[in-house]
Ligand binder design. Structure first.
Ligand SMILES: [Zn+2]
Length: 305
């Protein structure tokens, strides 16, 4: 996989690409928040190029977000509810062991795992001070830093990347280094937004996943290819979005004629738009029957024993 550019698809090398801009979902009010999207219609995946925010600016943004926010995605109570769902999902598939959470943010998931008896290490360049200084359950270690800050040779039964891969300039570099920390037979979990989803089509130009810090808009085929490239065997997709408040199943939502009929009353332009969306959803339902209904997908891949 190549790095992001505007000439060739990093996944299939096609030069037939679409370029467009979208308002960034995380743009600050009054700020200049636009995302430059390059899309490969062959792969049905996309990426940001050129970037709307450089890596240093991103780190500062996350420092501030994890330290300040309540009520949104970074709200501690919501984070704990998500972590609990993630823990249940994992414990249904493997016994308790050593877990490394890469990009742990405020450490919520690592803490939840440690409370359940795992030896849990959370790693993030932006762990907030107040979290680092908080007493934690036995087995919890939070490190502000990168993989290079772990002791040489320390390996894990499970490594998790929740909402991490879409933020990376060079996903293959980090993922290769992560895989080297996985014990034989160990599992890697990757979660990210799904470009091949009915939700993306229904949201049109205002999809929540268009964000300044989201450099990649992956879908399951690219994630499976990446897993194989780093020597892992893709084993399973989560059957749901791992957010307690998120509904929907992998089977993509079939298009509803009712929305087109309703649009008739709003005039010819609305009707044409609704009809177009209806047709796109029909295509999605046919092309992505196993994951189109999930706007966020979670892949489990295994390091061969
Ligand atoms: Zn492509």
């Amino acid at each position: 996989m190549e790095t992001a550019n505007a000439e060739r698809c990093p996944f299939c090398s096609s030069t037939r690409l679409n370029a467009f801009t979208r308002v960034a979902h995380d743009a600050t009010p009054g700020g200049d928040g636009r995302v430059n999207v390059v899309e490969c219609p062959g792969c049905v995946a996309a990426w940001q190029y050129p970037l709307g925010r450089n890596p240093d600016e991103s780190r500062e943004t996350f420092d501030a977000a994890y330290t300040a926010a309540e009520g949104g995605y970074f709200d501690p109570a919501r984070r704990r509810a998500v972590s609990e769902l993630q823990r249940q999902f994992i414990e249904a598939r493997m016994p308790v062991g050593d877990v490394l959470d890469v990009g742990c943010g405020d450490g919520s998931f690592a803490r939840t795992m440690a409370e359940a008896g795992w030896r849990a290490t959370g790693l993030d360049p932006a762990v907030p001070d107040k979290v680092l200084n908080e007493p934690g359950p036995p087995g919890l270690q939070l490190i502000r830093g990168s993989l290079a800050d772990l002791p040489d040779g320390q390996c894990f039964d499970l490594i998790t990347l929740w909402d991490v891969v879409e933020h990376l300039d060079h996903p293959m570099g980090l993922l290769g280094a992560v895989t080297a920390r996985l014990r034989p037979g160990g599992l890697l979990v990757m979660e990210t937004g799904n470009y091949q989803s009915a939700g993306r089509i229904e949201s049109g130009d205002t999809w929540w996943n268009y964000q300044l810090d989201h450099r990649w808009y992956f879908a399951p085929p690219q994630l499976e290819a990446i897993a194989r490239d780093i020597g892992l065997e893709p084993v399973e997709w989560a059957p749901q979005v791992l957010r307690p408040w998120w509904r929907g199943s992998p089977t993509s939502h079939p298009p509803r004629l009712r929305s087109v009929v309703k649009a008739l009353a709003k005039g010819p332009q609305a009707f044409v738009r609704a009809k177009q969306r209806h047709d796109e959803l029909g295509t999605a339902h046919r092309d992505w029957p196993h994951w189109g209904g999930l706007e966020i997908v979670t892949l489990i891949a295994k390091r061969p024993a």
